[in-house]
Design a protein around this ligand. Sequence first.
Ligand SMILES: [Ca+2]
Length: 603
Amino acid sequence: MNNATINVIVRFGDVAAAVMARKTITKMLFLWLLLNVLLGYVAQTRCYQQMSWENWDANSQNRENELDKPSTQPHIIFILVDDQGFRDVGYHGSEIKTPTLDRLAAEGVKLENYYVQPLCSPSRSQLMTGRYQIHTGLQHSIIRATQPNCLPLENVTLPQKLKAAGYDTHMVGKWHLGFYKRGCMPTQRGFDTFFGSLLGSGDYYSHYKCDGAGMCGYDLHEGEEAAWEQDLGLYSTLMFTQKAVSILENHDPRRPLFLYMAYQAVHSPLQVPERYLERYKSIPNIYRRKYAAMVSCLDEAVHNLTLALKRYGYYDNTVLVYSSDNGGQPLVGGSNWPLRGSKATYWEGGIRAVGFVHSPLLVKKRTKCRALIHITDWFPTLVTLGEGTLDEDMNLDGYDVWEAISEGRRCPRQDILHNIDPMYVKAKNGSWKAGYGLWNTAIRAALRVGHWKLLTGNPGYSDWVPPQTFSNQMLTKRWHNERVNWDRGKSVWLFNITADPYERTDLSQRYPLIVKKMLMRLAQYNRTAVPVRYPAKDLRSNPQYNGGVWGPWYKEEKREGEREGEHRNRETGRSRQRYTDRKREELEGGKREIYQRVREHSC
Ligand SMILES: [Ca+2]
């Protein structure tokens, strides 16, 4: 092969290589373009899908649904009844008919080992704070109308905690936690609104309350003012229910609601619309008959309240708690039979209460909860249910008992300090010696640990009182004779409450070691007690200095803007006083019927 031939072959090879390279580039270019077209289509399709009106509508609907969605926080309706005795509900074998309470309890969870305090202010203070009386300074008696005293302001309250968790908080009914200065009023302690009385045991129609001679005044309030304009002279059970229904009607059920419904009923004075009395003609004792009628009216009120919960769209997401604040008072018709003692005592009749939870949100319904539950437990239980926060430095005495109630799980509470009251009249027979040098048994105290209950000092009226004791029927003397003979001279008692719920067999002599252990526990608790707050009567509290109205009398907290209002108040004070005087005259003259004529269709 000559050189010319070789050159031709080389040139041909270069051309071929060049042609091959161009084809490859063209192919790659084509594939790149194809890929771009495909990606563009996909992107365009996705974009179209995102921006279509249908999808836009659906998305915006989802966002709205998110806003419309009911809160996961349940509505909390807490019904606190005044002085309803352990026996005074149908399902505890009472002759009093309470079909609503029976049904609500039967469909929910009956609390059959449930404890409160023996008096109004103590129970209410523990409900509001989740703390024992020895930790708030309210361990003695009640907060009296004339005392410059109230639930100490350093305590965070249940409505404050729920409010911080996003709840709207409303209170209707009886406060009884002090009002001597503005900062003590319910609307300053966590409630958005308040309609009710600051004290207890006022007239059910005129809402007029006397606390000793010359200390009389009007006690119905809207917020922090006297509710003169709103007062139609209605029976309070009916009036408070109407107010609660109005709150439910005007509140948005998508927002969590806390309604504290603290009925004046069924505390004395024994007043009730006539038609409820007709059901109890067969009860010979007039006190018991009136009391029974008052309970029936209350039962109807709770019925109307639950109807409103359903009507206005709350019911499915509601936890309703029902509780009495202390035991019944047999002298005015109440009954704790067969429990021992009564209101104001540390016997079971004073502190073991009617209570139940009704809610579609309960896991196990139609059951009885026999776990030890105490009124301080509502604070952590309800704050946790409401998705609120519990800080460790709150030093709560209550436990979250929701799982014990709702699912029947083990209850975290194993004991209850019923109280230590160092101011109560000392028991004559009490001594350090009787308390093995561990405790002065002259001091009034009561402690529960598991099945055991220990009492020291003077626990209070200790008889067992059958419901008809004060009737005009013949009674056996058996129950009355039992008490005085074998209780005289004692200052320590020990009972196994599970085996002996009626406290008939004192075991303190048989089990001295258990007594000693429990006395040591009392002493331990006592080391954590704060000083008792029980100030002397302050005559400046007299309503005559406040336009005839019970209300704050410490003026130093007045805001600048209120100065102007003071002049107006002085001006209107006289006319209010005239109004108050007229009401008193009407009452004293037996003219209550003018109030009773006002519509009383239903409680
Ligand atoms: Ca009470």
